[in-house]
Write a protein that binds this ligand. Structure first.
Ligand code: 7RM
Length: 631
């Protein structure tokens, strides 16, 4: 495949991808290993939420991620595993070892009755065995459903039941900083409510020796010792299911996004090589958890399909101290570092001494994903981590899109801080107004939709195609609606402004929370903000702002007034926050998304039932916010 390496290449590739999308993707797909070539590139009908790519093509993604590399790179490191505890030794797993371990797990799964099409739930810490488990499912054609090992028993049970999983792969526990979490206990509690689960396979990670249920529970190591290191890769249709990944919906019921084998492989492989300009031999580190889509696509499938060396990090950025990321970059001579703005902002609050202690000269490219990156965080990242020598690729995409959609291409696209810049070749965005008309030209703002299918678009919501159609294909006729708002500036650069479903109606005016947040962030004392609505006797809804400052405010009342003035000036007096609560942090998931329902509860003055808070990065922040709530 031709990888874009200049702006002229980009323009040419982009134009071709719009004029002849099928030829464009067909050429890229030809660089992967297929057992049978497709008969037809694309069939689609957005009105009915139907998309199929590479129809009739047969393949297995693990042959592309593992087997194809064995001739040239059997002894090259495929995975560098960095344990949470910096005192423990890292593990280097070569492509040959990856092959053998994945095949062994595949054979273990088969010996326990898992067959093509069966669903397998994976609830594990960030250890190499998690990668083996995911790839083993893909190898035998079982559909993996990875559930982030921070979800509660109830959330886990809901996800297992929704997918009807036959088997659960887990560990006795996980380390989180210096704490241990008993995963097996959570699995036991969940599986009690899951009639579809026949077997549980448990890896020992924290030596806690939990009780094992005879006939249901099996020890990972014992099973692996019996398993053969060769396993034929199942022949998969391009449109067979590869995985289900749950993403929280605004209603609370999680949506099982379904991805299929062929298109997903082609899109993540292409975008990995294009956006990060990956060169053979480089070390790539994406800090996401494999339980999120970013981990699926850019720790595992994207990098491995390119024969890269990918880092799996078990730890957290703040333990034993705020230098943990930078220490690991030095240790493994990481070339590309891909993380979330939330991590950058939290590390930005600590002293730069934590950065300066380490040699970061191996870094060549930086990336950001998960939420809009504000300009200050971008500048800090650029200056302190990239030393003003590394491009930052601000990659916009979603669980639903499977892979990166709008992003700079490293060393190709001229960067603008806080802009995701241009659509990648093959991606056709449209900016829509409230009436559902596309807004043409530049210097505009609206809702972000996509006009044409791309290979890794989710195919459905597991078991609920109607819901899939309603959420994504009914807002704008004949288009995929992202749920995000965006701007397109005078030069055609896109800036993603955040979710538009978070709307507050103040005295009949629709205000986007993201818009108000951006205005508050303009105040120089403010580091980050989250805005929600609350019931207001006169206005219907009022604006409640949770604000993090760089330094603890000396005069809170004065600062509140200044913030109100700032919002007034930028948006108008109607958007002025009624209440401003200063906080030291926000309730965020480990992937950096603010849990707005918690803030809404606090703003409403009802904190009796905050729902599941187990996936929060720092659950203690909820107490602080609740205690400081403004009545
Ligand atoms: C990859 C991922 C998707 C939502 C998406 C946006 C937000 C993600 C960016 C971003 C601005 C970015 N999948 N988002 N990346 N907003 N700039 N570079 O995060 O399904 O978990 O979330 O995240 O709102 O719709 S996700």
């Amino acid at each position: 495949m031709e990888i874009v390496s200049t702006m002229a290449d980009y323009k040419r590739a982009y134009e071709q991808s719009v004029a002849h999308p099928e030829d464009f993707w067909s050429e890229i797909a030809s660089d992967f290993v297929w057992k049978r070539k497709w008969d037809k590139v694309l069939e689609w009908d957005f009105k009915n939420a139907e998309v199929k790519w590479f129809i009739g093509g047969k393949m297995n993604i693990t042959e592309n991620c593992i087997d194809r590399h064995l001739a040239e790179r059997a002894d090259q490191t495929a995975v560098i595993w960095e344990p949470g505890d910096p005192g423990q030794k890292a593990r280097m797993i070569t492509y040959q070892q990856l092959h053998d371990e994945v095949c062994k797990v595949s054979n273990v799964l088969k010996s326990h009755g898992v067959r093509k099409g069966d669903r397998v739930c994976i609830y594990m810490p960030m250890v190499p065995e998690l990668a083996y488990a995911v790839l083993a499912c893909a190898r035998i054609g079982a559909v993996h459903s990875v559930v982030f090992a921070g979800f509660s028993a109830g959330s886990l049970a809901d996800r297992i039941n929704d997918a009807g999983c036959k088997m659960v792969l887990t560990a006795d526990g996980a380390f989180r900083g210096d704490k241990k979490v008993d995963l097996k206990k959570i699995v036991d509690e969940a599986v009690d409510k899951c009639p579809s689960v026949e077997k549980v396979l448990m890896l020992e990670r924290i030596a806690s020796k939990p009780s094992m249920k005879a006939g249901r529970d099996f020890d990972w190591q014992e099973e692996m010792n019996k398993a053969d290191a060769n396993c034929k890769a199942e022949e998969m249709d391009a449109e067979d299911l590869l995985f289900i990944l749950y993403t929280s919906g605004s209603t609370g019921k999680p949506k099982g996004m379904v991805h299929t084998c062929g298109g997903y492989m082609v899109h993540v492989g292409y975008t990995f090589r294009t956006v990060f300009q990956y060169q053979p031999g480089q070390i790539f580190w994406c800090t996401a958890d494999i339980g999120w889509v970013t981990g699926h696509s850019y720790i595992l499938y994207g990098p491995l399909s390119a024969g890269a060396t990918t880092v799996i990090f078990e730890g957290i950025p703040s333990w034993p101290d705020q230098g943990r990321f930078w220490q690991a970059i030095e240790r493994h001579k990481v070339n590309t570092f891909y993380t979330a703005p939330t991590a950058i902002r939290s590390l930005q609050q600590s002293s730069v001494e934590f950065v300066e202690k380490y040699d970061l000269s191996s870094l060549k490219i930086l990336g950001s994903v998960g939420e809009p990156i504000n300009e200050e965080a971008w500048q800090w990242y650029n200056k302190n981590i990239g030393k003003e020598k590394c491009p930052i690729v601000d990659t916009w995409w979603q669980t639903e899109t499977g892979g990166i959609m709008i992003s700079p291409i490293a060393n190709v696209t001229k960067l603008k801080p806080a802009f995701a810049s241009f659509p990648l070749p093959g991606v056709q965005p449209a900016v829509m107004d409230e009436k559902g008309n596309e807004i043409s030209g530049n210097g505009i703002e609206g809702r972000l939709a996509i006009k044409f299918p791309w290979p890794s678009i989710a195919r459905t919501i597991y078991g609920n195609h109607q819901r899939f159609k309603e959420i994504y294909f009914s807002t704008f006729s004949g288009m995929y609606f992202t749920g995000d708002g965006c701007k397109r500036d005078d030069e055609g650069y896109y800036r993603i402004t955040g979710r538009v479903d978070d709307i507050i109606i103040v005295s009949g005016h629709n205000l986007g929370t993201a818009e108000i947040e951006n205005a508050i962030d303009e105040h120089k004392a403010v580091c980050e903000t989250a805005v929600v609505g609350f019931p207001h006797d006169i206005k219907g809804q009022g604006v409640y702002a949770f604000v993090i400052c760089y330094e603890k405010p000396k005069d809170e009342e004065k600062l509140r007034q200044e913030i109100r003035d700032t919002v007034s000036k930028i948006i108008g007096p109607i958007a002025k926050p009624d209440k401003i609560q200063f906080v030291s942090g926000l309730p965020k998931t480990r992937s950096g998304k603010i849990m707005r329902r918690i803030l809404r509860k606090v703003a409403e003055g009802d904190t009796s039932n905050l729902g599941d808070t187990t996936t929060l990065l720092d659950p203690t922040i909820v107490d602080e916010i609740t205690r400081g709530a403004l009545g």
